[in-house]
Write a protein of this length. Structure first.
Length: 446
């Protein structure tokens, strides 16, 4: 309808201009009437001006419309209030409205895809030509120890060159040292085309973290079952042994007072046996409590706190052990106001475990020196516990985070297992470097 009205309007104006031109010629030739000629000439000029103005306005608006479409300017709107004169503008406004709806839907889809990628468990890198990183999701940045990455060459220790050299369609395990941590990354490389341009999609997954999490889940299930069964078995024994010990003590005392003919050695042997049963039952109860300690909450209770304050509280908690070992414990921070967002109670528990292990470590030099340190990089916070002990043997090192593995005579073997679980709960890592005269445990909070 809009097109027909525009065509009709232009046709009417053109006919009127033609008739006015013809009339002007007739009047000029038949009779010289200056006023009439001037009037007809003015009407002819006015009609030409109106037609020219209409065509100019229409072509200008058409150009504005196509320019808006070209540059995706969806804010353009034409004045369509004069419906009879400009119905075509209503069509263009309707078209612009439909494009705005399509654009909004695409934007919502894009945001949904971005949220899905950010929540993905695997790290994702989208690489364009010249090894430029067009996109990196949150997990990829965490695995790579970066706040942002623009090019593969920015990755540490030639990791970028190694990723670039992988053939399309391949899947490899790549070992890399990132922020002082050894990582084994499962890397998969896929080729794709976006907008006619070739891209490469690289997915990253931390194998050790996945295996460790599976191991922890398995241990937690086993611990819950064993704890339940052991508690049900040990509690009656503990209660009965304590009750029998009490009763036998009373019977033995009464028999001794009444000079009943019970041999003294039998009284002593039975008393010692009952006490042994009671003691071992209590020991098993404590062992069960160690089992329970291996299970941690599903989510940490996050808060922001000062690292220096945590160091000082941990040092105070073990002050008697430090004095007994005649050790020197120093606290070193690159920034005294350094703060950490984590579960403060779990971090304190972890540091107490590491400091106690450092105090228990054999040391050939005196005094024993232990350092609590904290540094901050652009991507993470590093906390270290270092001692000058004799070090950890290589054959022991590979088992130190295994539950119930211990080299101490009275150790439970769960301290470092819990420490590892705490760090994984925070999305961080713990690793150990040891040699003669120096052992360092490093905690990395991303």
């Amino acid at each position: 309808m809009g097109y027909k009205r525009i065509t009709l309007w232009v046709a009417i104006r053109s006919v009127l201009i033609a008739l006015t031109s013809l009339l002007l010629v007739i009047v000029w030739q038949t009779d010289y009437m200056p006023v009439t000629i001037a009037t007809i000439a003015f009407a002819w000029v006015a009609q030409v001006a109106l037609l020219t103005r209409y065509i100019h306005r229409f072509t200008t608006d058409i150009n504005r419309f196509f320019s808006a479409m070209r540059y995706q300017d969806m804010s353009l709107r034409f004045d369509d209030t004069v419906e009879k004169a400009f119905p075509f503008y209503q069509k263009m406004n309707q078209l612009m409205h439909e494009f705005r709806l399509v654009r909004r839907e695409k934007e919502e889809e894009r945001q949904l895809r971005e949220i899905a990628l950010e929540q993905a468990m695997a790290g994702i890198l989208l690489i364009s030509q010249s090894d430029m990183v067009d996109y990196a999701n949150r997990e990829a940045l965490r695995l790579l120890g970066k706040l942002s990455v623009k090019k593969l060459t920015e990755l540490p220790n030639n990791l970028g060159a190694e990723l670039a050299a992988l053939p399309i369609g391949s899947r490899r395990v790549v070992a890399a040292t990132i922020n002082g941590m050894q990582r084994k990354l499962s890397v998969r490389k896929t080729g794709l085309t976006i907008g006619g341009v070739s891209h490469t999609l690289i997915s990253l997954a931390d194998i050790e973290q996945e295996l460790s999490q599976t191991e922890i889940d398995t241990w937690n299930k086993l611990i819950r079952v064993l704890t339940h069964e052991m508690v049900n078995s040990i509690k009656p024994i503990t209660m009965l042994s304590a009750s029998l010990t009490e009763e036998w003590t009373e019977v033995a005392s009464s028999a001794t007072a009444a000079s009943t003919a019970i041999p003294t050695n039998q009284i002593t042997d039975l008393t010692e046996a009952l006490e042994a049963i009671s003691t071992r039952s209590q020991s098993l109860n404590r062992y069960i409590e160690n089992f329970k300690n291996l299970t941690l909450p599903k989510q940490p209770d996050l808060s922001t706190f000062g690292v220096k304050g945590v160091f000082e509280r941990v040092k105070t908690a073990l002050e008697s052990n430090i004095t007994q070992e005649n050790a020197e414990v120093t606290i070193t921070l690159t920034n005294n106001s350094l703060s950490l967002t984590a579960d403060m109670l779990l971090v304190e528990q972890l540091l107490i475990t590491l400091l106690r292990n450092a105090l228990d470590a054999p040391c050939s030099s005196h005094p024993k020196r232990i350092a609590l340190g904290a540094t901050q990089t652009d991507e993470s916070i590093h906390i270290t516990v270092t001692d000058n002990g004799t070090g950890i043997a290589p054959e022991v090192m590979e088992h130190i985070f295994t539950p119930f593995f211990t080299t101490k005579a009275n150790g439970s073997g769960i301290g470092l297992s819990i420490a590892k679980s705490i760090m994984q709960l925070h999305g961080g890592s713990i690793n150990c470097r040891s040699e003669d005269g120096c052992t360092e445990f490093k905690l990395v909070f991303s």
